[in-house]
Design a protein around this ligand. Structure first.
Ligand SMILES: NC(=O)c1ccc[n+]([C@@H]2O[C@H](COP(=O)([O-])OP(=O)(O)OC[C@H]3O[C@@H](n4cnc5c(N)ncnc54)[C@H](O)[C@@H]3O)[C@@H](O)[C@H]2O)c1
Ligand SMILES: [Zn+2]
Ligand SMILES: [Zn+2]
Length: 394
């Protein structure tokens, strides 16, 4: 089959690789019909290279049609339409039963000290072949796939794999009071969808921050007061306080993560790590603070006293410096983590109707054949041609 494979920094290719096979009786093989590229894939494209091996199959936002099932699978059958969550979770362990699927005790990557395995996401997360491919082996066929109705286009449902539950969790963890205020930092797919969900769920004021004009414009279309970081390099916090009764917002969602614009020192550290041989670079990244923390620092500065910061952007440094005095003194509540995809599906599915209140259909800016993945990654990283969300069709 054809699959998107990692070959090095900013080097992904479409290779012919062996088709996946049923390995356990509870496996299913899914023929992928649509698969997204995520901001998290951009971390692999550049900064997290030391944790990948040449030939690793990328991708964790797939949906498609069940092609084949192992003899132990009864919950889905060939021909059924399914979306596959990005976390690989068993559905039956202590963590899964509490809705903490990103911490699944059956798939935790214990030799790396990490939580649940993920599709297509580095040795840290189990080095499991990903979903930017023609076929995907899906473990836990009885509990992991999300079945969706036939009829509406893939674009309606594909974001159940990641974007929708991730944004839902970001809003849930932000704990915005009814009619309260939230600032969403970063208006990529995750921030944009978080802003839409926050409004849908009753936030009174949604302010967004980014530095890409198309992304700011897109958010404004959905009722967000969008601020351009480039116009407020020095006064952003003051401007936001001015918009929120001088106090700061009730909640801040950090939908930027480890590659934030405006963190020159850490950018150099990331570049140094990237220039080292892989084992050294991996050690440096695991022991040192190499995150670009500008967005998180801003969140700590602007959130009102007693407010909540919901970190949904991915961070990876082990000794990142944080202003504990301010975090403690302001009594800031901090919540974060990988999305527990399956936990939020029942909340979201009723919104994926023809009325489409979150605008899932039309959310992608680009839909390209899988063979164009190298161009798609480059365009997404450089944010050219208005690319915000790219879907690939195998
Ligand atoms: N926690 C999870 O389960 C989960 C799931 C999916 C994605 N993510 C993470 O969420 C983040 C966003 O994902 P995405 O797909 O929207 O990616 P993206 O790269 O498209 O979006 C990030 C946005 O942040 C903006 N930005 C950069 N620096 C900024 C700054 N200092 N202030 C404000 N905005 C800034 C960028 O211009 C960009 O629009 C990534 O870190 C990704 O890894 C986490
Ligand atoms: Zn993702
Ligand atoms: Zn589990």
């Amino acid at each position: 089959m054809k699959a998107v494979t990692w070959h090095g920094k900013r080097d992904v290719r479409v290779d012919t690789v062996p088709d996946p096979k049923i390995e356990y009786p509870t496996d299913a093989i899914v023929r992928i019909t649509t698969t997204g590229i995520c901001g998290s894939d951009l971390h692999l494209y550049e900064v997290l290279g030391p944790f990948l091996e040449e030939g690793d199959i990328l991708g964790h936002e797939p949906m498609g049609i069940v092609e084949e099932v192992g003899r132990g699978v009864t919950a889905v059958r060939p021909g059924q339409r399914v979306v596959i969550p990005f976390n690989i979770s068993c559905g039956t362990c202590f963590m899964c039963e509490q809705g903490l699927q990103s911490q699944c005790e059956t798939t935790q990557v214990r030799d790396q000290g990490m939580g649940a395995a993920l599709f297509g996401y580095t040795k840290l997360y189990g080095q499991v072949p990903g979903g930017q491919a023609e076929y995907l082996r899906v473990p836990f066929g009885n509990t992991l796939p999300i079945t969706v109705p036939d009829g509406p286009p893939d674009e309606r449902f594909v974001y159940l794999s990641d974007v929708l539950p991730t944004a839902w969790q970001a809003v849930e963890y932000a704990g915005i009071p009814p009619e309260g205020s939230v600032v969403v930092l970063g208006l990529g797919a995750i921030g944009d969808m978080s802003a839409r969900i926050a409004r849908h769920r009753g936030a009174g004021q949604v302010i967004g921050v980014d530095l890409v004009p198309e992304r700011l414009a897109r958010a404004r279309l959905h009722g967000v007061e969008a601020l351009d970081l480039r116009e407020h390099e020095n006064d952003l916090a003051e401007v936001i306080r001015g918009m929120t009764s001088g106090r700061g917002p009730d909640a801040v969602i950090d939908a930027v993560g480890m590659e934030a614009h405006g963190s020159p020192g850490a950018k150099i550290a990331q570049q140094v790590a990237g220039a080292l041989p892989d084992p050294l670079a991996a050690t440096l990244m695991q022991r040192a603070g190499v995150d670009r923390l500008n967005a998180l620092y801003l969140a700590i500065d602007i959130v009102r006293r007693g407010g909540t910061i919901s970190v949904i952007g991915v961070y990876g440094g082990m000794t990142d410096p944080l202003p504990m005095l301010t975090i403690f003194d302001k009594q800031i509540q901090l919540r974060m983590g990988q999305a527990n995809v399956k936990r939020w599906v029942d909340d979201i599915l009723p919104l994926l109707t023809d009325a489409d209140p979150l605008g899932a259909e039309g959310f992608a800016t680009h839909t390209l054949p899988l063979s164009k993945a190298p161009e798609a990654y480059e365009m997404f990283q450089k944010k050219t041609d208005g690319a915000v969300k790219i879907l690939l069709k195998p």
